[in-house]
Ligand binder design. Sequence first.
Ligand SMILES: Cc1ncc(COP(=O)(O)O)c(C=O)c1O
Length: 395
Amino acid sequence: MARKNHEAPQSGDNTTLAHCGHDPHSFHGFVNPPVVHASTVLFPDAKTTVEGFQKYTYGTHGTPTTDAATAAFTMLENAAGTLLYPSGLASITMPWLAFLRPGDHLLIVDSVYDPARRFADKVLSAMGIEVEYYDPAIGAEIETRFKPNTRLLHTESPGSNTFEIQDIRMLSDIAHARGALVSMDNTWATPLYFKPLDFGVDLSLGAATKYPSGHSDILMGTASANERCYEQLLDHYTWTGMCAAPDDSYQILRGLRTMGVRLAQHQKSALAIASWLEGQPGVSRVLHPGLPSFPGHDLWKRDFKGASGLFSIVLSAKEGDFRKRQHAFLDALELFGIGYSWGGYESLAVPVNLSGRTVSKAPSDGPLIRLQIGLEDVEDLMADLEKGLAAARAA
Ligand SMILES: Cc1ncc(COP(=O)(O)O)c(C=O)c1O
């Protein structure tokens, strides 16, 4: 009899990652699922098109390949179901569209991923949705921001670029008591290091572009929903024609198989580099939730199972010198590429500009640089960062 370890509850996340999503015995014993390229799906007869049940009906509504990927995320997230979107940004904007209506009030954390802010300001506001930003450190005071028309509280923890940690359980409880839903961008931790639905979140959103892909070559987003929200999210997905490409879905499932070991290495290297940077001349602060010096460290330690490879540093600089030092640092790096995105095997550095924020402003002690620590040897990365720091000090 075929073993069904792809659907049995697994003892640990790495076991789940190795077996989730596909039953080899459902496809001739092949360990990996087939990549099904599909628009048309044939029906056995006319009656089945109107009243019969057929699992697959059209390419936009899912294939065995997309099902394998969504089943894997659904297991990892302890969700009722997961949908795949063509980018991480779409996995935020589309669920917002699915649950918000004109006249609704949306609360968004001020440290939100910036393109999501742009969507809220440009598209949602034009649709008559009231958008309000709140301080990531607001805590229980969030209660005072709710209005009778507050429909959704959006969280992101750690926050983009500055890594503030939010008390997701407390925020979810307050939002639910006020009749609002909670969404969370969980890209940084992935469901391996934080499971939003276990902390009361209704919609767990993630850019699979980052760690699930792991190789800087795929764009994809996931939204995993609880029982309360899954059906509405699925209806909206179907109505909008949103779907994920078969090859990309396959690659994301492939990436998941090794995500646990990759993340463990990203975590180890990033923590080693972050604590080393704390002692380097020219570094004013290191913003990494795993460092005891970081203000959100205790909360991170209480709620998260680990840290990924992305954090920021604030260089020491006098006002007026910020840009000069920031650019000197970046231009001196040889191993670190200057480029957006993260979660891949290669290290990256980008200048951070927080001018779009309305509540929690940019650091005043120096320019901000975000580092993505890849899978290279830590000693080589430190030597490269030393060159950057020397150039910044000389600038
Ligand atoms: C926190 C966060 N969420 C979402 C996204 C969006 O992902 P994508 O690039 O796939 O649109 C990013 C991308 O950098 C991100 O940093």
